[in-house]
Design a protein around this ligand. Structure first.
Ligand code: HPA
Length: 278
């Protein structure tokens, strides 16, 4: 395990060194663009696109719904690095491996993380198309990206998650949604499951009873690493489908992608309004 750990630290350092040499400027704001939300990278000006394959030791995306590009540029004067496409536990990666890009962006200097995803709604008040700002999370992925020896210069052994999702960033985002007159924007608890199978009706009922408002297969590992690194985090779930355990409908990936892409324009407008204030 120790050798494996040392090699992980070394790979992170090499990826950091590669990007330090390659990027025109260090990022201050990092974006993780989830399923159907990759188009938000078009908000950036002066774009430099680096495919993940070119970045030393970056994982490779195995799902077709996720492009694999690091896109650097400017948004209202802010230096932004966007991860267009992410990695998941269900692809076979450990959560330490799949969070490596976020770790590298933190080490490059990013102080704030916007992390987005497509999710299944559990709160009956949500409709498909609801934008849920993540207020808190439940981690049902049987792994933690910080398991193993702690790298003290990266963050503390036992990071506090009492305020994992920054309240001020959420308030700014709600205020921005108000200014734009966007409806169906709320807050809630995100539950991360390992996937890739979708939930059964009984699991859906269980997650709802646990206090979850939405469920998905990502985000929590990245947030744990970001908080470990001291970043402020805003999490945004696009509720693509709503799962009612008493009238359960099949959950189809094509529909998730279609609904999330249909929300893309609202998400982009919201991000364009709020990210400059972060
Ligand atoms: N369950 C899990 N992940 C998802 C869902 C869902 O219903 N919708 C989008 N991602």
């Amino acid at each position: 395990m120790d050798r494996d750990h040392l090699s992980f630290v070394g790979r992170v350092e090499e990826a950091r060194a590669f990007l330090t040499a390659r990027l025109p400027e260090p990022p201050e704001l990092a974006l993780v663009l989830g399923t159907g939300l990759g188009g938000a990278a078009d908000l950036l000006s002066d774009r430099l696109v680096i495919p993940y394959e070119e970045i030393h030791h970056f994982p490779r995306s195995t799902v077709t719904s996720h492009a694999g590009n690091l896109i650097c540029g400017r948004l209202a004067g802010k230096r932004v690095a966007a991860l267009q496409g992410r990695f998941h536990f269900y692809e076979g990666y450990s959560t330490r491996e799949l969070t490596m890009p976020v770790r590298v962006l933190a080490l490059l200097g990013a102080k704030t993380l916007l992390v987005s995803n497509a999710a299944g709604g559990l709160n009956p008040a949500f409709d498909p198309g609801t934008l849920m700002l993540i207020a808190d999370h439940l981690n049902f992925i049987p792994d933690n990206p910080l398991r193993g020896p702690n790298v003290e210069v990266w963050g503390p052994r036992f990071p506090d998650l009492s305020q994992a999702y920054d309240q001020e960033l959420r308030h700014k985002t709600l205020a921005a949604a108000d200014r734009l007159g966007l409806d169906r924007v709320g807050e809630g608890v995100y539950a991360a499951i390992s996937g890739p199978s979708l939930e059964t009706p009984a699991e859906t009922r269980y997650l709802r009873n646990c206090g979850a408002d939405a469920v998905g297969m990502s985000t929590v590992p990245e947030v744990i690493v970001a908080r470990h690194a001291g970043m402020r985090v805003l999490g945004l779930s696009v509720v693509a489908n709503v799962n009612n355990p008493d009238n359960f409908q099949p959950i189809l990936l094509e529909e998730i992608i279609r609904e999330t892409e249909a929300c893309g324009e609202r998400v982009v407008r919201l991000l364009a309004e709020v990210l400059p204030t972060f």
